[in-house]
Design a protein around this ligand. Structure first.
Ligand code: NAP
Length: 283
């Protein structure tokens, strides 16, 4: 029977650590500030932004909210980012993705000052991660490392298989696992014998966006299974990429959905805001 990795509890712990750090900085007269930019009226994005603002309130981080209409031009958005880059009182900038179709996300991400890129999506930070230098790391993979560390799951020397190679999850996850001295394999939709490869994993990270795709035939007995997926099952209920009930007996540890990886993303965003503020003060 698998140990359940409690992402809710671990994320709460991290948010409390952030809250303490923010309070300490406030005592010294320093306010940590995150600017959150949302363009358009995508309902899911509104929910994500609301949750991020709530986490700011909880941790004591000041959040500045910019909600722009879907008709905003890319130049107008770039002008706002330029202004936020220049503002000395802004530590972190978050532009909620996806952006409306008429905008080029790569260009927008590139416009954010890398030192304020608390999402870790700027090519400069992606590059730093891949050459093993300090920088901002995409929040979901960074959160997974914390889940494993804080659950006492050893990474060094272990076989880690990551399924999914997106820029925000799979690829940075691979870099972070290498940093932790795991032996890393990255799989994708063209991988031959996916089941065989997954069955080699001591740590299996599933990030493909297919509801309950990973059944027990994909899992080595005792493996730690990290489910990044946020999918809907046949009853429209939130579920992950892993068939939790099927895998539970066989795995050594597993993250549930909801309550596993999901809450970690925002906790790591809060953590990155404090890191951005401290980095700015040290410069
Ligand atoms: P994405 O950009 O759509 O990438 C999916 C990846 O999975 C691609 O690399 C794709 O391969 C691979 N893939 C798709 N079907 C596959 C299959 N049958 N076998 C093997 N590989 C397959 O997805 P993403 O943004 O990384 O997100 C993945 C999942 O994580 C989604 O459910 C998303 O909602 C969730 N997510 C959760 C959080 C969180 O905070 N919990 C954060 C981000 C994402 P190719 O490259 O060959 O196409």
């Amino acid at each position: 029977m698998a140990m359940i990795i409690d992402g809710k509890a671990i994320s709460a712990q991290i948010k409390d650590e952030v809250k303490e750090a923010v309070a300490k900085m406030a005592d010294e007269g320093r306010t940590v500030t995150l600017a959150v930019v949302l363009v358009g009226d995508d309902p899911a994005s509104h929910v994500y932004v609301r949750n991020k603002k709530r986490a700011c309130e909880y941790t004591g981080i000041r959040s500045l909210s910019y909600e722009l209409p879907g008709t905003t031009t890319q130049d107008e958005l770039l002008a706002l980012i330029g202004e936020l880059n220049r503002r000395a009182d802004v530590d972190g900038i978050l532009v909620q993705l996806p952006l409306p179709q008429h905008m080029n996300e790569d260009e927008v991400i590139k416009a954010i000052d890398p030192d304020k890129d608390v999402d870790g999506f700027h090519p400069y930070n992606v590059g730093r991660l891949s050459i093993g230098q300090e920088g901002f790391v995409s929040c979901t993979p960074a959160g997974i490392i914390q889940l494993l560390k804080r659950s006492g799951i050893e990474m060094e020397g272990k076989e880690c298989v990551i399924v999914g190679r997106s820029n925000i999850v799979g690829k940075p996850m691979a870099m972070l696992m290498l940093r932790e001295n795991a032996t890393v394999t990255v799989c994708h939709s063209k991988t031959a014998d996916l089941k065989e490869v997954c069955r080699r994993a001591d740590i299996l990270i599933c990030a493909i966006g297919r509801a309950k795709f990973f059944t027990k035939d994909y899992i080595k007995a005792g493996a730690a299974v990290i489910d990044v997926g946020m999918d809907r099952d046949e009853n429209n209920k939130l579920c992950g990429d892993v068939d939790f009930d099927d895998v539970f007996e066989n795995a050594g540890a597993i993250t549930p959905v909801p309550g596993g990886v999901g809450p970690m993303t925002i906790a790591m965003l809060m953590h990155n805001c404090v890191a951005a503020a401290k980095m700015k003060d040290e410069k």
